[in-house]
Design a protein around this ligand. Structure first.
Ligand SMILES: [Zn+2]
Length: 153
């Protein structure tokens, strides 16, 4: 396909394609650090290379750009007029890949949470959501050990 981007735009796009150190991901990392969570980035050994991984909590987070991953929101629905078929097919492939990664992670016992770019504008809401995720994990663990204790009794 022909290169529709000039060099500067292209490198901005490639940065986003690679998904490293994008603005949205930085926001999530900052919020997690504020909550005292420890995490690792871009675990290539896990399905889909989740953006943020908390192995001890079996929690994998994906921070997805709405356009690239086909979010059901205004930004996600916006397809460039040029090369429309190309972009539509590309986003569809990303969605298939995302679903496969989620299924594989869940089958391996991971909790998977997708944080969409459009959901990160409200930083306070993001912190509340992450806090609930981290607390939910603790609650699930407590419930599991309570079940284990009662079945042992
Ligand atoms: Zn969105």
């Amino acid at each position: 396909m022909t290169d529709v981007f000039d060099a500067e735009k292209r490198s901005a796009v490639m940065r986003r394609v690679k998904g490293r150190d994008t603005g949205p991901e930085r926001l999530v990392r900052k919020a997690l650090t504020g909550l005292g969570a420890r995490y690792r980035l871009h675990r290539k050994d896990l399905p889909g290379s989740p953006d943020i991984v908390m192995a001890g909590r079996r929690l994998a987070l994906f921070v997805h750009g709405c356009f690239w991953h086909g979010h059901d929101c205004a930004r996600g629905a916006r397809v460039p007029k040029a090369n429309r078929d190309y972009w539509t097919a590309k986003v569809a492939r990303n969605r298939v890949r995302d679903e496969a990664a989620r299924a594989a992670l869940e089958a391996a016992g991971w909790r998977v949470e997708t944080l969409w770019e459009c959901e990160l504008k409200d930083e306070a809401a993001l912190v509340v959501r992450l806090e609930a995720l981290l607390a939910g994990q603790a609650a699930a663990r407590a419930a599991a050990s309570a079940r284990a204790a009662s079945s042992a009794a």
